[in-house]
Design a protein around this ligand. Structure first.
Ligand code: APR
Length: 234
């Protein structure tokens, strides 16, 4: 048995592919459209200004879908790794599947679907009971609540903390992200020199110029198992 201060820090960056086997559809899976609206437009400050009801409905639908899904083998495999590593999860996902699986150190870069926040004070964040967030749902100061997610074109407040976590990694693992969306994709540049990097993804992920990368070309579930075997033998 290892004790905590001897444990290596395993930092895992996850994206939409992590939740694919749970059946969650991503923006890209939707072909970029929702009820004939461009999803990138729906998930933006402009969309909110133009049509709040539409944006709220869009996220209600995502939330409803989330409540019907469960963590998959990949999420559960990351929880198992906490027995041997100090596991930090930096996720781009707004779902709560890492939490529900039982992971204990989770940073949400792009917010959390099951939380709302005040449009007047970003510090006022609340759990959403059930799936619905309505026009007229107000914070304690009387302002409309919005989904607590980072929209396209908005800042990513958690990125600095995420960069600090990544810069202390002993092992870095990337699971199910196309590494297309910044600033999240730039986190790889904070991985210390000589720290091994693993990529778990059934498709090719374009991260150039990193000679220490080991690619496990599998879906998250099987890929985490394979990674676990490899790291135990290392
Ligand atoms: N297991 C692992 N990876 C998978 C699986 C699977 N079962 N299925 C697909 N993938 C991989 C794809 O090959 C791809 O590389 O998951 C990745 C998903 O990439 P994107 O759809 O681009 O998702 P992500 O990188 O999380 O997107 C980043 O963009 O949509 C916005 O804000 C949203 O957080 C999101 C951000």
């Amino acid at each position: 048995m290892s004790n905590l201060h001897e444990m290596k820090k395993l930092v895992v960056l996850t994206g939409a592919g992590m939740s694919a086997e749970s059946g969650l559809r991503t923006f890209r899976d939707m072909g970029g459209l929702w009820e004939e609206h461009d999803v990138y437009e729906v998930a933006s400050p402009g969309g909110w200004q133009r049509d709040r009801a539409m944006v709220l409905r869009f996220y209600d639908e995502r939330r409803k879908q989330l409540l019907e899904t469960h963590p998959n083998q990949g999420h559960l495999g990351l929880v198992e790794l906490e027995k041997d590593f100090e596991v930090w999860i930096v996720t781009q996902n707004v779902d709560d599947l890492h939490e529900r699986a039982g992971s204990t150190r989770i940073l949400h870069l792009h917010g959390e679907l099951r939380k709302s926040r005040s449009t007047a004070d970003p510090e006022l964040v609340y759990d959403i009971d059930g799936w619905e967030l309505k026009e007229g749902d107000l914070c304690e100061k009387g302002s409309q609540l919005r989904p607590n997610v980072v929209w396209f074109g908005e800042a990513v407040p958690a990125i600095e903390e995420a960069a600090r976590v990544v810069s202390r990694a002993d092992i870095f693992v990337i699971i199910g992200t196309s590494m297309n969306v910044y600033p999240a994709a730039g986190l790889i540049n904070y991985v210390p020199e000589h720290v091994p990097i693993f990529i778990i993804d059934p498709n090719e992920v374009p991260v150039a110029g990193h000679p220490r990368i080991r690619v496990i070309r599998k879906k998250a579930g099987e890929g985490v198992l394979k990674f676990t075997e490899e790291i135990k033998d290392a």
